[in-house]
Design a protein around this ligand. Structure first.
Ligand code: CAA
Length: 421
């Protein structure tokens, strides 16, 4: 049959700075448990003045190009909802920073946090037509809400770059997909605003409605049942949202799924679930509570990076994928279900198979080092940076701050200038 197509390589990058939600809680006089337990977030990444979606994206793409060269890469799809220009694709700057070949098509795609999934599916289509081609899919975002709003502690930033090819080394994407679109004003960003507008309560119900619609469509399209899916990943605007989604999916399917988002608590429930699953004669030795326990679908494992990145919008689902690939005990041959959501709104539930040998390519040390290396901002410094706007009409040079490989150097003649750091 036709060669399998999917994710051959994946990389995650983030910003120079971090804001600790403990500091944030202290400054606001809020109980820190509200963030750690209520939202499932510990920190959020925050860009230095010389960082943006382009510098994060280029940092994520660079190691992929280093490993596998540019042969057959003729398309770059850049997904973002925090674009830096209304016309020019952010991918053009990535293309020049990395010295990629001119024989390429490069575009930016938008539909809130969902568009990276549309890009991924388009990439699969391109490679289906021409299996010798490879496609770069980039998801890069800076999540910004107004200061002193409920969304503020769910800010964050990050980029994920993926190389889509035939005979991929990590994940084979399966053809059946469940889709749901509905015109809803739950979260959006008008052209004249650098921060998002959000109806928080509506956004949560719109997300869950999209999950219902996409899951139902997946079943109608003949996709796998919940029992045939080993792990489940969700878009994580804050990691508690993945728990809400998991409880919702358990309700839709009647399946017993893990609902702990704190690693450790989830592993225990998972061990009990695995024992229950193996059933047969051995089941008699398992305590009744344990054998009836939920099975481990990787929920807690999938939140490990996002608890510390904050919301990375288009990249969030794929940062969850990185966390699962890097930290699950063994995914060989397992089927992963992925639910992508973008406000406005589109939901897509698709599935992928993990390729044997995937575990030779862990990013765990690199991601952990990048998270640890972030320089904490005091709340005063963070608020000052948050309020800094760079009008395009003034030429400006940004201070050199980032320790990353690429930097946003400033604005000249209304154009954004980038350079190797
Ligand atoms: N200890 C433990 N838990 C606590 C607590 C404490 N001291 N204090 C409060 N909590 C819990 C609450 O019980 C609540 O839990 P549940 O959700 O389980 O009920 C949780 O903390 C949140 O508290 P609130 O209900 O008071 O809500 P909030 O005012 O903090 O707002 C929010 C939450 C609406 C999600 C807000 O953060 C927000 O607007 N975020 C941005 C929008 C968003 O992320 N929406 C998600 C869906 S849209 C999407 O997915 C696209 C996207 O990326 C934006």
């Amino acid at each position: 049959g036709a060669a399998p197509i999917g994710i051959d390589d994946i990389e995650l990058s983030t910003t120079h700075h971090v804001v600790a939600l403990d500091d944030f809680a202290e400054a606001n006089g809020t109980d820190p448990a509200k963030f750690h337990l209520g939202l499932g977030q510990d920190e959020f990444s925050f860009p230095a003045p010389d960082e943006d979606i382009v510098t994060m994206a280029a940092a994520a793409v660079a190691p992929i190009i280093e490993r596998s060269g540019t042969e057959g890469i003729r398309t770059m799809l850049f997904a973002t909802e925090s674009g830096t220009d209304q016309s020019k694709a952010a991918g053009m700057a990535v293309h020049s920073l990395l010295g990629l070949p001119s024989q390429m098509r490069i575009v930016e795609v938008k539909e809130a946090c969902y568009s990276a999934t549309a890009a991924l599916q388009a990439a699969v289509g391109i490679v289906t037509r021409a299996p010798e081609h490879r496609v770069l899919v980039i998801a890069s975002d800076v999540a910004r809400y107004e200061l002193d709003t409920p969304g503020e502690p769910t800010q964050g930033a990050g980029a994920v770059a993926m190389l889509v090819s035939a005979n991929p080394k990590l994940l084979e994407i399966e053809p059946v997909s469940g889709l749901n679109s509905a015109d809803v004003d739950d979260f959006w960003r008008p052209n004249d605003s650098s921060t998002a507008i959000v109806d928080g309560a509506l956004s949560v119900t719109a997300y869950l409605d999209a999950l219902t619609g996409a899951w139902t469509d997946l079943q109608d399209q003949g996709g796998p049942s919940i029992d045939e899916i080993d792990r489940v990943l969700y878009h994580q605007p804050f990691t508690k949202m993945a728990k809400k989604a998991q409880v919702h999916l358990a309700g839709l399917t009647g399946a017993q799924l893990d609902t702990e988002i704190v690693a450790g608590a989830g592993a225990e429930a998972g061990a009990a679930g695995a024992a229950g699953d193996s059933a047969g004669a051995g089941a008699a030795s398992v305590a009744p509570e344990a054998s009836a326990g939920p099975r481990d679908t990787g929920l807690a494992t999938s939140t490990l990076y996002n608890r510390r990145l904050g919301n990375s919008y288009t990249a969030s689902l794929y940062a969850g994928l990185c966390a699962l690939l890097d930290n699950d005990a063994d995914l060989t041959g397992k089927r992963i279900g992925l639910f992508s959501y973008g406000s406005g709104s589109v939901g897509e539930f698709f599935t992928a198979r993990v390729v044997p040998g995937y575990d030779q390519y862990t990013r765990r040390q690199a991601v952990t080092a990048a998270l640890e290396a972030r320089v904490p901002l005091s709340i005063d410094a963070y608020r000052a940076l948050h309020s800094t706007e760079l009008p395009s009409a003034e030429d400006v040079s940004t201070p050199k701050v980032t320790a990353g490989p690429f930097r946003f150097a400033g604005i000249r003649g209304r154009a954004r200038i980038y350079e190797r750091a």
